[in-house]
Design a protein around this ligand. Structure first.
Ligand SMILES: [Ca+2]
Length: 125
């Protein structure tokens, strides 16, 4: 009897152990979403420099592509997200103010982040 009880307890614990990560994974999927941020080297999204529509996953830091590193001057997150720029890779160093809509020129004193961004992190609104 003791053996059967021990086995049942072990199975119950194993089942519980499996259930916890599954619940956490579901929560993670719910919190993250794929979106895009349009960025340009030039102010006002002019095509005088490169522009890119960067794919982003919310709550995940991503690097700025080499051709736009320390060059982004205008930025437009998709309407469902807001973003923070960072002046170092891996979302380190100085963070920009929150960017929740199109910014024609990051030289604007409200942002003061022209030609500085090396990484970006976005969040669902
Ligand atoms: Ca620029």
């Amino acid at each position: 009897m003791k053996t059967i009880a021990t086995i049942i307890t072990a199975l119950a614990l194993a089942g519980h152990g499996l259930a916890v990560p599954a619940v956490e994974a579901a929560g993670e999927l719910k919190a993250r979403a794929d979106s895009n941020v349009f960025v340009c080297d030039s102010p006002r999204f002019l095509d005088t420099g490169p522009c890119e529509n960067l794919p982003v996953t919310t709550d995940v830091c991503r690097g700025v592509p080499a051709n736009l590193d320390n060059k982004i001057s205008s930025i437009s997150p998709n309407s469902n997200i807001h973003c923070t720029l960072f002046d170092e890779p891996n979302c380190g160093g100085v963070a920009s103010p929150d960017i929740a809509e199109r910014v024609e020129n990051l030289s604007d004193p409200r942002f003061n982040f022209n030609d500085k961004a090396s990484s970006i992190k976005c969040f669902l609104k």
